[in-house]
Design a protein around this ligand. Structure first.
Ligand code: ZN
Length: 261
């Protein structure tokens, strides 16, 4: 396992956003456009720049990642990123391109549209990285190894065929995964796997993947919180993120029981 590093040999910080939207939603994954703009302005003032995984030749690179590829990333986040000259990395669920989500938490209250092929194509042409979040947003823990591998391979191929780019990066749905994730990701042709911090190194496993540790951004996060995440200087922030993440995955578990029942 290796870590993507900047020229000072430090890991490149990575932030995870989900939705950038004005509309109020249940849950903590929606950041308002005004707040998102202030995050980028603050990062820029501190000399960070949003880049993609194949372009880190700036002094303080940062990965600005957007999970699930909602339409609001094109309508709200993209113009703000352009103002700040930041590039983003968008993790696409390939079976939901241009469709409404039917897998999100909150029992279908927050139904949102995913980015269309045309919108993703615009992002790609603007230098954004198109990355894979699997085909259906199914948690790996409910799939066997061959299903996971097929999902990883097929989603990469779908994106490469649609957009004519190399798809280098993958992140597992809900950040839940089996211990051999890295071996499978490498077999499926990825170079980078993004995982929520902290990532436990696996001893005795050798692979050439870059593992990039990300920090979640929630609706209440101020610019000062964002800087703490980027500079990795607050254990309290990390603890808080992991508690919230655990609770949101528990909600998903409840929902799946509810739907099965
Ligand atoms: Zn997701």
């Amino acid at each position: 396992m290796s870590y993507t590093a900047n020229y000072q040999n430090k890991p490149v910080p990575a932030l995870t956003y989900h939705k950038i939207a004005k509309k109020y939603e249940l849950g903590l994954n929606v950041v308002s456009p005004g707040r998102f703009r202030s995050h980028l302005q603050y990062l820029k003032k501190n000399r960070y720049l949003g880049v993609t995984t194949n372009c880190q030749t700036v002094q303080n690179p940062l990965y600005l990642t957007f999970d699930d590829a909602y339409e609001c990333i094109f309508t709200e986040a993209f113009p703000i990123c352009l103002e700040a000259d930041f590039k983003g990395i968008v993790f696409v669920i390939t079976d939901f391109i241009g469709k409404l989500n039917n897998w999100d938490i909150n029992f279908g209250i927050n139904r949102s549209r995913h980015l269309t092929k045309e919108q993703l194509s615009e992002l790609s042409k603007a230098g954004w990285e198109i990355a894979s979040h699997g085909r259906k947003h199914r948690a790996h823990t409910g799939m066997n190894v061959s299903e996971i591998l097929r999902d990883m391979q097929e989603s990469r191929k779908i994106l490469e065929d649609l957009f004519g780019v190399s798809v280098l990066s993958y992140t597992p749905p809900f950040n839940v995964f089996l211990p051999n994730l890295r071996k499978m990701a490498e077999r499926a042709g990825y170079h980078n796997v993004f995982l929520q911090k902290p990532v436990t190194p696996l001893h005795g496993e050798e692979d050439s993947l870059n593992v990039i540790e990300r920090r979640m951004v929630y609706s209440f996060d101020t610019s000062a919180n964002i800087m703490k995440k980027v500079e990795n200087c607050s254990y309290y922030e990390l603890y808080k993120e992991n508690i919230i993440h655990f609770c949101s995955n528990a909600t998903i578990g409840v929902r799946s029981l509810f739907l099965k029942g």
